[in-house]
Design a protein around this ligand. Sequence first.
Ligand SMILES: C[S@@+](CC[C@H](N)C(=O)[O-])C[C@H]1O[C@@H](n2cnc3c(N)ncnc32)[C@H](O)[C@@H]1O
Length: 213
Amino acid sequence: MSQASTAACESATDPRIAFFDHHAPNWDSNLESQLRTLQRLEELCLRLNPQSGQNWLEIGCGTGQVTAWLSAKLEPGTVTAVDFSPGMLAQARAKGIRADFECWDITRRAPPVAQFDTALCFHSFPHFSDPVAALKNIAIGLKPGGKVLVVHLAGSEQINAFHRHHAGGAVAADFLPQNHEWPTLLKAASFRLAALEDRPDLFWLEAFQDAEA
Ligand SMILES: C[S@@+](CC[C@H](N)C(=O)[O-])C[C@H]1O[C@@H](n2cnc3c(N)ncnc32)[C@H](O)[C@@H]1O
């Protein structure tokens, strides 16, 4: 990891960093839930469409629960997996996953220009303090016509209720945007909405970088 990315991580002030650092050591304690997640990803694989040789940006990778799965699908392509919680990243790095783990706040720092085929926000988007800033930074990292995916293995109502009633603390008010807000948010970052599905067991948003948007 570069010095620059360490500094960016440590200078970040978002209170969610302490929240996720605190939860990092026990994040992987439910093995059954991790296995279920991987099974759901496998079921969604055709839609996710990771292709051998592609390079993906995974934002909010946490302890890397899906990073190894993704890395295996992309090989010899790679995953650049970013998170702003040093605690989460320490857990992820200890797993020896074939991925480049980097410490960034996606609302404050853009990836290298036009490097990635797809950017995946898996279970992370509601926590971005400034969604448009995050989307603009993601757009910078994508190759022309690249795509951003926002994926949750539950619907927005379930996710929002979980944050409010169970997670609490610094993430208690971290909600997915309302569905009607997405086209405007995406347009502000030069993305074009291609698919939005919101049902109790899946939230799926797919948008393409679009210079005309
Ligand atoms: C709910 S956790 C999900 C982690 C992982 N994707 C998983 O499914 O286990 C959300 C993650 O997003 C990270 N995160 C939240 N806001 C971020 C930001 N602005 N930049 C980078 N990472 C962020 C948090 O540190 C946390 O690890």
